[in-house]
Design a protein around this ligand. Structure first.
Ligand code: CP
Ligand code: NVA
Length: 331
């Protein structure tokens, strides 16, 4: 029987296929309970700290709503309103928070920071996104795929864009652990780190998954069940990289033509937020500067029936609830 009590959730590399499947099943159960109005508040009196050194809508709200549903209290800490990093080291922060809270979520920059936090805090630490990984997002993505296609094994997921960053890395890890076919479609310089590819190749050999890295959009879309994309410039990156990214990644935009090359039953997924129109400050500024109305995905595809991005966003909450439930002791 799987038990994850007391475990940190820092990257999917630390979890077996069986453990990931367990978290997805648990997420499905708590989702069904929420829809039926059945409470899951066996965690009353517990408290979790939510550290966000980068901004967030989904992840923060998912942690807060999930924690409240479970009967727990939450404290939100951002870099401007706390001592973290400026006046107090991560190791000291971890030891302070570990004495007050039952679990700690961290979103920020390098993976080393969340690893350090976990090393010094005696309570479970959950990675809410680092430059390298975004593991809670992958659970939501996989729950959504399971709900839509009825399975994970054998699903071909093609990731278009910056495949060497948190989403590309984490999807490759998740897919190869779960027996899915991962495709990274991007210019070569955006391919994931060869060391990580080699590790994932080992997972793939065990699970029956495959890894394809290609610069060719036709090859990338062929036989795909899921076309997945993400912003071309991630949080924390300088605005100056936009020009180069637009130049490099424009051929990898998911538009109607690209979507039509995938399976007829294919879906669009995106971790969000997405630049599919000019209704945001950055989208408008970059769009006007580079004469574009859309970036990584066209509005037509984003708003189409093939888009399951909002189901995916909802599942952030159910899967994050499952992670907290699985790792925390009940009250
Ligand atoms: N997908 C995701 O992590 O969204 P937020 O940045 O809004 O948390
Ligand atoms: N790659 C994106 C993911 C956002 C959820 C970023 O890091 O900004």
């Amino acid at each position: 029987m799987v038990s994850l009590k007391g475990r940190d959730f820092l990257t999917l590399k630390d979890f077996s296929a069986e453990e990931i499947a367990y978290l997805l099943d648990l997420a499905g159960e708590v989702k069904a309970k929420k829809k039926a109005g059945i409470p899951v508040d066996c965690y009353k009196g517990k408290n979790v700290a939510l550290i966000f050194e980068k901004t967030s809508t989904r992840t923060r709200c998912a942690f807060e709503v999930a924690a409240h549903d479970m009967g727990m209290g939450t404290t939100y800490l951002d870099s401007s309103g706390s001592q973290i990093g400026k006046k107090e080291s991560i190791a000291d922060t971890a030891r302070v928070l570990g004495r007050m809270f039952d679990g700690i979520e961290y979103r920020g920059f390098s993976q080393e920071i969340v690893e350090e936090l976990a090393k010094y805090a005696d309570v479970p630490v959950w990675n809410g996104l680092t430059n390298e990984y975004h593991p809670t997002q992958i659970l939501a993505d996989f729950l959504t795929i399971k709900e839509h296609f009825g399975k994970l094994k054998g699903i071909r997921l093609a990731y278009f864009g910056d495949a060497r960053y948190n989403m590309g890395n984490s999807l490759m890890i998740g897919c190869t652990k779960m027996g899915m076919d991962f495709v990274g479609c991007a210019p070569k310089k955006y391919f994931p780190d060869p060391e990580l590819v080699a590790l994932c190749q080992k997972y793939a050999e065990e699970s029956g998954a495959t890894i394809t890295l290609t610069e060719d959009v036709t090859e990338g879309t062929k036989g795909a069940d899921v076309l997945y994309t993400d912003v071309w410039v991630s949080m924390g990156e300088p605005m100056a990289v936009w020009e180069e990214r637009i130049q490099d990644l424009s051929p990898y935009q998911i538009n109607k033509k690209v979507m039509e090359q995938a399976k007829e039953s294919a879906v669009l997924m995106h971790c969000l937020p997405a630049f599919h129109d000019l209704k945001t400050t950055i989208g408008k500024e970059m769009g006007e500067r580079f004469h574009r109305t859309e970036m990584e995905v066209t509005d037509e595809v984003f708003e189409s029936k093939q888009s399951i991005v909002f189901e995916e966003a909802e599942n952030r909450m159910h899967t994050i609830k499952a992670v907290m439930m699985a790792t925390l002791e009940e009250s």
